[in-house]
Design a protein around this ligand. Structure first.
Ligand SMILES: [Zn+2]
Ligand SMILES: [Zn+2]
Length: 391
């Protein structure tokens, strides 16, 4: 046991002060000030506004823009995310994104994933920040190193972080006539809440929730976490389709980050939004369903009829995927021809666009067929489960 203790890298004193000392102090002082002096409505509103600006700058900026290149952003938007992201005090864009790309690449690998959930809740939540476990290696972010906004933020990170966490709340405190209260609520309490909800994505979103898309890693979908994390709680989807600008892929799923990016695209601040095709999403859902159904069938003796039905469904699924693959190459050939015809003349191009239409229609039909099949496989899985329980 003692040997294990000494094997741990040294504590980073500044991080211990910021991530352990400050919350303990705030836990005493924030309620004390609230009970003795009280906070005004303006202070509460400012704290929530700061919380959302910090949170969304991490999720829409650090995460989906820089780490995953899920869309392109106008420099004005990149500056906004860089400044408010520094205010979230989660390190510079360089350090955050290079850790995060390693997390996706080596997910659940205790040696290479900087916040591997397999090392337990505490480690993946905050433990990895408190000790010098990881050294900076920027070899996986050459694209981000070329971005002048991210470069500036990395060089001036400490000054920006102090300005956003102390300078701005101090100034607002002077304006509101309560410096200490504003520093406590808008400065400290807001920062700590934002830290922990974002950290939940590394800890809880790898422990608690559903796995509809893949069981190959620990990532989960969790609606409550999505609500707390500005939409990042659809983490099972995110780990399989990391370049999609949406994490909550259904229109009704709570994902304010996705709505912000979409809104920005409507006013020219964002472009090239990456959307994974509906077919690929359905394909992932179905193949995961097949895997789960087979795992359950292995636990049931006999059940030959269910086994045969499941294999029949799988055969249909393989056929649909085959058709989709050939439609993709047909579409690719058509678009190549069309490109040639743009040069040849407008009339021909229109003709080919018309011929291309049935491909899109067939694609839609395939997507629908998979959606219907998902319901059938769902029913089949329920029957298998019932059989399991009665056995
Ligand atoms: Zn993750
Ligand atoms: Zn990610």
């Amino acid at each position: 046991m003692r040997q294990q203790q000494t094997d741990k890298p040294p504590l980073i004193k500044l991080n211990v002060a910021l991530f352990v000392g400050l919350p303990i102090l705030a836990l005493v002082l924030v309620p004390y000030w609230g009970l003795t002096v009280g906070y005004s409505a303006s202070q509460w509103i400012l704290a929530v506004v700061f919380l959302y600006l910090n949170g969304l700058s991490i999720t829409a900026g650090y995460h989906r823009l820089w780490a995953h290149k899920a869309y392109s952003a106008h420099p004005a938007l990149r500056w906004f995310f860089a400044i408010w992201g520094a205010g979230a005090l989660q390190n510079s864009i360089f350090i955050w994104t290079s850790d995060h790309r390693r997390h996706h690449r080596h997910v659940d690998d205790n040696a290479a994933d900087p916040y591997s959930a397999k090392r337990g809740f505490w480690y993946s939540h905050i433990g990895w920040i408190l000790r010098a476990y990881n050294s900076n290696d920027f070899s996986n972010i050459p694209d981000i190193q070329r971005d002048p906004v991210a470069q500036f933020q990395h060089t001036h990170y400490v000054a920006l972080a102090i300005l956003m966490n102390l300078g701005l709340p101090l100034l607002l405190g002077v304006m509101l006539g309560d410096v200490i209260g504003t520093l406590l609520l808008v400065g400290a309490a807001r920062l700590i809440v934002n830290h922990h909800v974002t950290f939940f994505i590394n800890s809880l979103a790898h422990i608690w929730g559903r796995q509809p898309y893949t069981q190959e890693n620990t990532a989960r979908d969790n609606d409550l976490l999505a609500f707390l994390t500005y939409g990042e709680g659809y983490h099972n989807y995110h780990h399989i389709f990391q370049t999609d600008y949406r994490n909550g892929v259904r229109w009704w799923q709570w994902d304010p980050t996705k709505w912000l990016i979409y809104g920005c695209s409507k006013i020219g601040l964002a472009s090239n939004l990456v959307r994974i095709s509906d077919f690929k999403i359905q394909r992932a859902l179905l193949s995961n369903q097949f895997e789960k159904a087979r795992e359950r069938l292995e636990l049931v003796a006999g059940a030959e009829r269910l086994r045969a039905l499941l294999e029949q469904e799988y055969e249909l699924f393989t056929q649909a995927v085959g058709k989709w693959t050939s439609l993709q190459s047909e579409r690719y050939e058509k678009s190549k021809e069309r490109l040639g015809d743009v040069i040849d003349g407008h009339r021909q191009q229109l003709q080919l666009r018309w011929e291309n239409a049935p491909v899109a229609v067939r694609l839609k039909q395939l997507e629908k067929a998979l959606a219907v099949q998902r319901k059938r496989v769902q029913l089949l899985t329920e029957q298998i489960t019932m059989q399991m329980q009665s056995a």
